[in-house]
Design a protein around this ligand. Structure first.
Ligand code: CDP
Length: 270
């Protein structure tokens, strides 16, 4: 195992970051849809060194039955990190952190889903972090919303997500692991791209009111870009299946989805 090295500085004299990025630059991102053949829907995301798979099953019969909701489907999200996803072996038992992240991801996705169309059923979203290098909850939301779309679950829109943080007094977008560990804090957020409503907003570390407002604006801008990448990934997967006219159809479909956005839950966490 390579020993962890704390960088001398997270920002250099030219204002570039530890890994050479500008403050508002995301890591290289690749998203792919339909990567698992047994799942009803699936997607993968590579964001820098973070690598995540998401699989969706359902709507299907819910077990155990006591969890049944009579008026809507139960959205069951399970976020897990593989034991080999971090340099220190992660204990295989589900941690409190994994349970909390599963819950915030479910809350971030729920506002776009028409769960009332499937009373008593369950929609299972399994998220496996293969390699963790910061920003896993946000990357997981990006992949999970693609997997839900791939499964044909009725949705108002995709949900893009990113974290904005602070290092040496400067706001930076899409933190890598070193920036997460040695920076001054981070604000993961997710939005509904049609209305900019927040479906995830957490904060770690201290930010002034002005910093928080600016961080949210930077996050929203980054989410717009991520949303384009999500749409491209979805189009690519369908282009493989149907050769003609699919791009135009998908553009129309996305436009229709975004004209009818519902209320979003805004989550805040200390
Ligand atoms: O991944 P995210 O930023 O959403 O969540 P976090 O709780 O702020 O964790 C930040 C990073 O710490 C993760 O992405 C991992 O790279 C690392 N981590 C770790 O090394 N070992 C753990 N058991 C949990 C997280």
């Amino acid at each position: 195992m390579s020993p962890e090295v704390k960088p001398d500085s997270l920002l250099n004299a030219e204002g570039l970051r530890f890994d050479g990025r500008r403050v508002d630059e995301l890591r290289p991102i690749q998203m792919e849809v339909g990567v698992l053949k047994t799942a009803d829907g699936s997607a993968s995301i590579r964001q820098g060194k973070t690598y995540i798979l998401a699989a969706v099953y359902g709507p299907r019969e819910l077990h155990p039955r006591h969890l049944t909701l009579n008026d809507r489907a139960y959205l069951r999200v399970v976020y897990r990190m593989a034991t080999f996803s971090v340099p220190d072996r992660k204990r295989p038992a589900p941690s409190r952190r994994e349970r909390e992240i599963s819950m915030v991801i479910a809350n971030a996705l729920q506002p776009v889903l028409f769960l009332e169309q499937y009373p008593k059923a369950v929609i299972d979203v399994f998220i496996q972090v293969i390699q963790a290098d910061g920003g896993t909850r946000c990357a997981a939301i990006n992949a999970a919303s693609l997997a839900l779309a791939d499964a044909g679950i009725p949705m108002r829109s995709l949900v893009p997500s990113v974290a904005v943080g602070k290092a040496e007094g400067t706001l930076i977008v899409d933190l890598g692991d070193e920036e997460d560990k040695y920076g001054q804090g981070d604000v993961p957020l997710a939005i509904l791209p049609g209305t900019n409503e927040l479906t995830l907003l957490q904060q770690d570390g201290s930010f002034t009111r002005e910093e928080l407002m600016e961080a949210m604006q930077m996050g929203v801008n980054a989410c717009k870009y991520l949303h384009e990448l999500q749409k491209d990934a979805l189009k690519r997967s369908y282009s493989k299946k149907t050769p003609e006219g699919v791009d135009e159809e998908l553009d129309d479909y996305e436009d229709d989805l975004e004209t009818d956005l519902g209320e979003a839950d805004i989550m805040e966490d200390e």
